[in-house]
Design a protein around this ligand. Structure first.
Ligand SMILES: [Zn+2]
Length: 463
């Protein structure tokens, strides 16, 4: 690729990036431009249409899934209203920034302030329900009681909307986030989506507006996006809200307005992984484990029967089967097998040779210094008998004869099994300590064991 081509490609890439940036900023800029003549308002970047039946529980504080938000997208929610004193201020603050939010109204509040519910809808916000009486016992409530709380809350809010159920979103938030399967399952059976949250700002506690602001921003920054839970019945929330909105704008966050799907308003197309706050990327192996095969065996033919030559003949079962079917006997295995059958057939074991009972040569020499009369008789035993039955003695004899020409080494030969006078003489020489270095001779004799002698014979080249 030439340099000019590289430059043209880079120019093209920048053009794409710029167009993408303009595209992402266009909705917010356009909405902000129409926000009461203000061009610097936070605005609402987009409207997200969700189908409650497809995703019945959302909010990562309690559920695996949450709204399919992009990075730096925020959904504002307000609970426990409407309470005119504070709800109207919240509405005013949101209107000043052209921000759309979702309100979870308490049925009893709606009964007391139906006009407040209508104001919410008239301002373009989404209105869901938050039970009839806000009991903090949903986690241990009977099915009948839960059903009544949910149904009554919906009925009261719809009544405040002059019976127009289409203006009420099938969204429900359990008071105190005290979730349980009974209310969750009942809501799902009614096509109502249960909303938890992704983070809260503790604005129901006795904390300062500064604390509410700090928690809202810090927790949002920690997650990068999500559903913020606030209350439109608290003075501290009203005090903190303008700063929160300004900070969201300063940090590049975008407000998303959520509405329920209707027959003439289909849900926003999304991918399943978008409903997770931070879906694992494709580079994370765990997302693909365990793998469930999604293929089918298109060829179901049986495997061919193995040929006879493929069988391992060392397999006893196969061998037995071959014998029973008069098949040819296999060749003998390459590894020697013990002939246990022949050994077992003998009635008596063979008599041990006399040489088994002879004293080892090295041992007899080491005992020469304190040789007793019996040892003397053993040493003077007729040599022919020993050599005839003791192979070790024969080998020692051969070794002695071979080394006879070497005077120095012959003097050190083992005499116990020797049949010649020279060997005996050498033994007697070795048995006389002090004449020619007894300790040295004994050490050399200890080294030359019968096994070593036999090895030396084996290593000797053929003569
Ligand atoms: Zn509440």
């Amino acid at each position: 690729m030439s340099a000019s081509n590289v430059i043209s490609v880079r120019k093209g890439s920048w053009a794409v990036v710029c167009l993408a940036l303009l595209g992402s900023l266009a909705p917010q800029a356009a909405f902000a431009a129409n926000c009461q003549g203000r061009s610097d308002a936070l605005g609402t970047s987009r409207t997200l249409v969700v189908d409650p039946r497809e995703h019945p529980r959302i909010g990562t504080m309690q559920y695996p899934q949450t709204l399919p938000l992009a990075d730096h997208e925020v959904v504002l929610t307000f609970d426990d209203g409407p309470l005119p004193k504070y709800s109207n201020q919240v509405l005013s603050i949101l209107a000043s920034e052209c921000v759309k939010a979702t309100f979870f109204a308490i049925g009893r509040q709606a009964n007391a302030n139906p006009e407040g519910v209508r104001k919410l809808v008239a301002a373009g916000h989404t209105v869901g329900t938050h039970s009839q009486n806000h009991p903090l016992t949903f986690n241990k409530m009977s099915a009948e009681k839960a059903r009544q709380e949910i149904d009554d809350g919906v009925a009261s809010t719809v009544a405040a909307l002059n019976g127009d159920k289409s203006k009420l979103a099938p969204f429900f938030r359990i008071p105190g986030l005290l979730r349980a399967e009974i209310p969750e399952n009942y809501a799902a059976s009614q096509g109502i989506q249960v909303w938890s949250a992704d983070f809260v700002a503790d604005d129901w506690r006795h904390v300062s507006p500064q604390r509410v602001y700090d928690l809202a921003i810090q927790r949002l920054e920690a997650k990068g996006k999500g559903i913020l839970l606030l209350h439109d019945i608290q003075a501290r929330t009203v005090a903190a809200l303008p700063r929160i909105l300004n900070e969201l704008k300063a940090r590049g966050y975008r407000i998303v307005h959520v509405v329920p799907a209707t027959p003439d308003r289909p849900a926003t197309p999304t991918e399943p992984q978008q409903w997770y706050l931070h879906p694992p990327t494709e580079t994370v192996a765990i997302t693909r484990w365990p793998i469930v095969p999604n293929f089918v065996f298109t060829e179901a033919r049986a495997l061919p029967a193995p040929v006879f030559a493929d069988v391992d003949w060392r397999d006893a079962d196969v061998l037995d089967k071959a014998q029973r079917t008069h098949a040819p006997q296999p060749h003998l295995t390459r590894w020697p097998q013990p002939q246990l059958a022949q050994v077992a057939s003998r009635s008596t074991l063979p008599s041990p040779a006399a040489s088994v009972f002879t004293i080892p040569e090295g041992l007899s020499l080491t005992l020469l210094a304190t040789r007793s009369a019996a040892r003397e008789r053993l040493a003077q035993r007729k040599p022919d008998a020993s050599s005839a039955t003791n192979p070790a003695a024969s080998r020692s004899h051969a070794l002695s004869a071979r080394q006879a020409s070497h005077a120095k080494r012959a003097a050190h030969q083992v005499p116990g099994a020797s049949v010649h006078g020279k060997g005996r003489g050498a033994a007697q020489h070795a048995a006389q300590p002090g004449k020619s270095g007894g300790p040295m001779h004994l050490a050399s004799l200890k080294k030359r064991t019968p096994r070593a002698d036999a090895a030396a014979i084996a290593k000797r080249p053929p003569e």
